[in-house]
Design a protein around this ligand. Structure first.
Ligand code: ADP
Ligand code: SR1
Ligand code: MG
Ligand code: MG
Ligand code: MG
Length: 428
């Protein structure tokens, strides 16, 4: 398309747009079958439009960015450059874990869209599966592989500093980062117009949060970390609505918020969203205790994701770290005097700091989904508002504790953190 030729597609026009591109058309069926193609708009996220186009030979997913935030409307303009970021990051992630991202077939800058593999049923958005009570035995292993691969290989532990700075510049994603800063680290902590919560049930809890100086300090410090620690190429929005699963496979979609930031942001976001599902589970029980099995699995999944991620990350570091500029072989390599001890000490210190930051980010992510503009269906789909508020209050208390304390005391290990989750679920 020529520059300036953007137009928003709909279920009819998307068919003809695809049909006019032979490489795409051939994936769906013969040119004369176009009129029979079926199209559904399935976008259930906050930001974009997603069309599934199906023909006699196959199907495609077309994701288009309009120049504003879908769930708000034209009053909140948003850069369409987010699609460039999403296409480039899907390709980058595919280099490190091809089995955990959908293949991209085309990026069209002028139309602000990408065409990618359709993750057909039984693929389902993880959040939907969790709400329905499902468990995914391989999820922790897949998340650990995805996190370790994408975060390690894009970091300065692996890269030299020229390559690293080039990537930091390539993935500058100012508007999307500013949105995150606003809705995650600022608005939940004051009476912002965008905020909402289950009211009146949670009114006192929200007032208490917003009067909590320690919470505000911690939120500002996390924003500082988010803005000033370009550690690795993050996915940037790694919640359970950005992951599609089957019993056997895991595919991570929607990296439009990607940028170079602190690794703990990605690790903390997925762990926090798994725990939101945990706290919501009481609200989905038809008989008490029905979801006990899923709850046990969710807690194991949190532990296994963290431990699997940290051991894979350290293994990658031991294998490839000497080539990067952060911990060079002359200091921590096998031929350096005391190199093995130095390497082990650097790795232990790095993982300790990463865990502390992860715990605090988890707190902020839980809080924003209960008090800020964008909630989670795990909680919103609990129709009994008193029961929903009870689930949300427990999560909010947990989130606040993580935010303010970080990895201290009982929260200093992933096992300790999970024990605190289970105790808090038992409170009123
Ligand atoms: P947004 O950026 O608006 O959050 P997403 O990329 O998360 O959009 O996509 C919204 C929804 O579209 C997902 O929840 C999922 O149901 C569907 N979807 C997105 N990508 C695919 C895909 N490759 N295959 C199948 N469904 C998809
Ligand atoms: C207007 S806030 C929308 C939220 O949805 C996205 O998925 C991100 O999480 C963002 O914060
Ligand atoms: Mg999404
Ligand atoms: Mg998105
Ligand atoms: Mg979040």
């Amino acid at each position: 398309a020529a520059p300036g030729s953007f137009r928003a597609l709909n279920c009819e026009s998307v068919k003809h747009w695809v049909a006019a591109r032979p490489a795409l058309q051939q994936r769906l069926g013969p040119a004369d079958s176009v009129e029979s193609w079926q199209v559904k708009e399935v976008g259930d996220g906050n930001i974009n439009f997603v069309f599934i186009v199906e023909g006699p030979s196959g199907a495609l997913c077309v994701k288009q960015a309009l120049p504003y935030v879908r769930c708000v409307g034209e009053s909140w303009p948003l850069t369409q450059d987010r699609v460039r970021i999403e296409a480039a990051v899907l390709a980058e992630e595919a280099a490190w874990c091809p089995s955990h991202v959908p293949a991209v077939y085309l990026y069209d800058k002028d139309m602000a869209l990408i065409v990618m593999r359709y993750l057909a049923p039984p693929f389902l958005i993880l959040r939907r599966g969790l709400i329905a009570g499902a468990i995914y035995p391989r999820l922790a292993e897949h998340l650990a592989t995805f996190l370790a691969g994408t975060l390690f290989h894009t970091s300065l532990i692996k890269l030299n500093s020229s390559e690293f700075r080039k990537k930091v510049a390539q993935y500058e994603n100012d508007e999307m980062c500013r949105l995150t800063e606003q809705v995650i680290f600022t608005e939940p902590y004051f009476t912002a117009k965008n905020n909402r919560w289950t009211s009146p049930q949670l009114d006192p809890d929200v007032a208490e949060l917003q009067a909590d100086v320690a919470a505000r300090v911690a939120a500002c410090e996390l924003k500082s970390l988010f803005c000033s620690k370009p550690q690795a190429l993050l996915h940037g929005d790694l919640h359970t609505g950005s992951i599609m699963v089957t019993d056997a496979e895991t595919s991570v979609i929607d990296p439009e918020f990607a940028f170079y930031g602190p690794m703990a942001f990605d690790v903390g976001k997925i762990l926090a969203n798994l725990l939101l599902a945990y706290f919501a589970s009481d609200g989905h029980e038809k008989t008490p205790g029905e979801r006990e099995g899923q709850r046990g699995w969710l807690l194991s999944c949190v532990i296994d994701t963290w431990t699997g991620f940290s051991s894979s990350f350290v293994r990658l570091w031991s294998e490839h770290g000497a080539q990067g500029d952060l911990y060079p072989g002359v200091l921590t390599g096998p031929d350096a005097p005391g190199g093995a001890d130095a390497l082990a000490a650097c790795q232990a210190s790095f993982m300790r700091q990463l865990f502390h930051e992860t715990v605090q980010f988890m707190g902020a992510f839980i809080i924003r989904r209960l008090v800020g503009i964008a909630h989670v269906a795990d909680m919103d789909s609990i129709s009994d508002l008193d029961l929903r508020a009870t689930c949300e209050r427990r999560a909010l208390r947990f989130g606040r504790r993580l935010l303010v304390e970080g990895a201290k005391g009982e929260l200093s290990s992933i096992q300790g953190l999970v024990e605190v989750v289970a105790l808090l679920r038992a409170t009123s």
